[in-house]
Design a protein around this ligand. Structure first.
Ligand code: GLY
Length: 571
């Protein structure tokens, strides 16, 4: 039932380096498949064991995937404060048992008092930390409106039944894992800087694994949400506390911003890859478009024969990634404010022209890669969870505060942390945000606008049947992590657990370098890539891909990323 360790992968990597064997079943027939948790009826995979437990219990009580998604979302707000939230926002991609698909956008919005240059000083320079730390960094939260809307349209159990388990957990207090204790200790200086009082996430001595995080104020906030639904957050006591917190710290979110916040149902963005139907998140996420562009760009090549993490495979994937991230910077933003050229960006002829400069032998420097000329102008922290129920309904949900613990601002008296999502806007064209992403006009700040996201909750269908549910946190690396996980399964024959655990690499156009996790590329592959002109810079492990895969016998395999405390539970 628990995540698996990275040790088997490290061993494989060692064998691979010593023997030159390619570590895929398909390529060598020698790699033992590492199977994740399986369940015949349903599965919940999330970033925290308590949240997965609560989601599973809702399924076992007869709830559907969306009841479980709401319960898991609230549970993450309690048990996983680094990213789980009611003070942030997120996206749902759903596929119902009858094949109906859609998405819910409950992304944060810029407050009405926001303005294009609000993070620039008198000289036009970006003010350090202004869009990432403290009250001014906060976007109008969408999470509660989203969970209410999700339940109203798709849920089946009573609202109170799906909210109550998170309240019970908050009342008990959360027992910290080693990872969460470490992250809270790392966040301490910023918590103290961002708040005018000592919030519950700070204590005199360092947090240790096994300590209990007390959450009585959050429990009361959740009770108001249980009793009043969206009004329990956007009106009344919670709203008063949030607006007071803003006024105290120089923030700009008003009662009007809260009252007017609305999540939006949007059609899913869909495409195909090697016969699989890919269902993902449209703008204001860049994720779905970028993922479909990437898959289409690599589809003409036989990755399976080339092998996993081999020089040709990595080179192709990186070259596709750099072109897609250049498009992201130029063309993507909130569709309610900017006409995103979705059809043109996914046009097969356009994607062919994007890859026309691809050279099998040489890296194309990012300085020579700009956004494509569209053929026709046309009218570390986030968290993901995947759920499948006994009827085959699927929920793929990614939700975020943006950075770890968001803005670090805790709403005094209400016990929850606010996002720093404003940094996902392009604060100044050409200046990278906290993920090193560069943006342009499409993603400039405007009052009431949603900031561009990379979140890529995704569902795959095969032969008309649900096949995979997948997604991850990781800022700008989200898209490339979801992309590589799909390649791991479809092209490299991995199971779900193996696919999420496999080491990854990232390239996002700028900075112009491949960023591999420590075990992702063998010394020989690195050398081959350098010879093609690629620069490499190692990075610490990233993302936490949580997925569910249909097995041949119809059961579900959960893949819980061993990089975090992620947990798959099935029944
Ligand atoms: N805050 C990360 C994202 O939405 O991409």
């Amino acid at each position: 039932m628990k995540k698996t360790s990275l040790a088997p992968l490290l061993l494989l990597w060692l064998i691979w380096n010593l023997t030159g064997c390619k570590p895929t079943d398909k390529a060598t027939g020698s790699r033992e498949q590492e199977i994740g948790v399986t369940g015949k009826r349903g599965m919940v995979v999330s970033a925290h064991p308590e949240a997965s437990r609560i989601g599973l219990e809702i399924l076992q009580q007869g709830g559907n995937a969306y009841d479980a998604a709401v319960a898991t979302g609230f549970a993450l707000a309690v048990a996983y404060p680094v990213a789980g939230n009611i003070g942030g926002g997120g996206f749902l991609v759903y596929r119902k048992q009858d094949g109906e698909t859609g998405t819910l956008d409950y992304r944060e919005k810029a407050p009405k008092a926001a303005s294009r240059d609000m993070y620039l000083d008198a000289q036009g320079n970006v003010m350090q930390d202004a869009s990432t730390l403290g009250h001014l960094a906060v976007g109008v939260p969408g999470a509660v409106d989203g969970l209410v809307a999700m339940h109203q349209k798709l849920g089946s159990l009573p609202w109170a039944q799906v909210v109550q388990p998170a309240i019970d957990l908050a009342r008990q207090g959360v027992v910290l894992t080693e990872r969460e204790a470490r992250l809270l200790n790392q966040g301490r200086p910023d918590f103290l800087k961002a708040n005018k009082f000592t919030p519950h996430v700070v204590k005199d001595t360092p947090w240790q694994k096994g300590d209990v995080l007390p959450l009585p104020e959050l429990a009361r906030t959740l009770e108001r949400i249980r009793d009043k639904g969206r009004a329990g957050f956007y009106e009344g006591e919670t709203a008063d506390l949030l607006v007071k917190e803003m006024e105290r710290g120089g923030g700009i979110i008003s009662h009007q911003d809260l009252e007017e916040y609305q999540s939006v149902w949007r059609p899913a963005i869909t495409g195909t890859y090697r016969g699989y139907k890919v269902i993902s998140m449209p703008p204001p996420s860049s994720g779905g478009i970028a993922l479909l562009q990437l898959l289409k760009m690599v589809e003409p090549f036989n990755l399976s024969a080339w092998g996993w993490q081999q020089p040709k495979t990595v080179h192709l994937v990186v070259e596709a990634q750099r072109r897609v991230y250049a498009d992201r910077a130029a063309y993507l933003g909130d569709p309610d404010f900017f006409k995103v050229p979705v059809v043109s960006l996914l046009d097969p002829d356009y994607l062919k022209t994007r890859m026309a400069t691809f050279d099998m032998e040489q890296a194309t420097p990012s300085t020579q890669v700009q956004e494509g000329q569209l053929l026709a102008r046309e009218s570390d922290q986030t968290t993901h969870y995947s759920i499948v129920d006994q009827w085959g309904n699927a929920a793929s949900v990614t939700t975020t505060l943006n950075g770890n613990y968001g803005s670090k601002v805790v709403v005094e008296g209400a016990g929850f942390i606010l996002n720093n999502e404003m940094d996902d806007f392009s604060v100044k064209p050409g200046v990278p945000n906290m993920f090193g992403l560069i943006g342009g006009e499409a993603n400039a700040i405007a009052p009431g606008k949603r900031m561009l996201s990379s979140m890529t909750p995704t569902i795959l269908e095969k032969d008309g049947k649900l096949f995979m549910v997948v997604g991850t946190p990781g800022g700008s690396t989200i898209i490339t992590s979801v992309f590589q996980t799909i390649l791991n399964v479809v092209d490299h024959g991995m199971g779900m657990q193996q696919a999420v655990a496999a080491p990854r690499f990232h390239h996002q156009w700028l900075p112009d370098r491949i960023q591999p996790e420590a075990q992702a590329l063998s010394p020989q592959v690195r050398e081959a890539l350098q010879k093609k002109g690629h620069a490499l810079q190692d990075r610490a492990s990233y993302g936490a891909v949580d997925g569910i895969l249909r097995q041949k016998n119809g059961s579900w395999e959960g893949g819980a990323d061993p990089r975090g405390d992620d947990t798959a539970l099935g029944y």
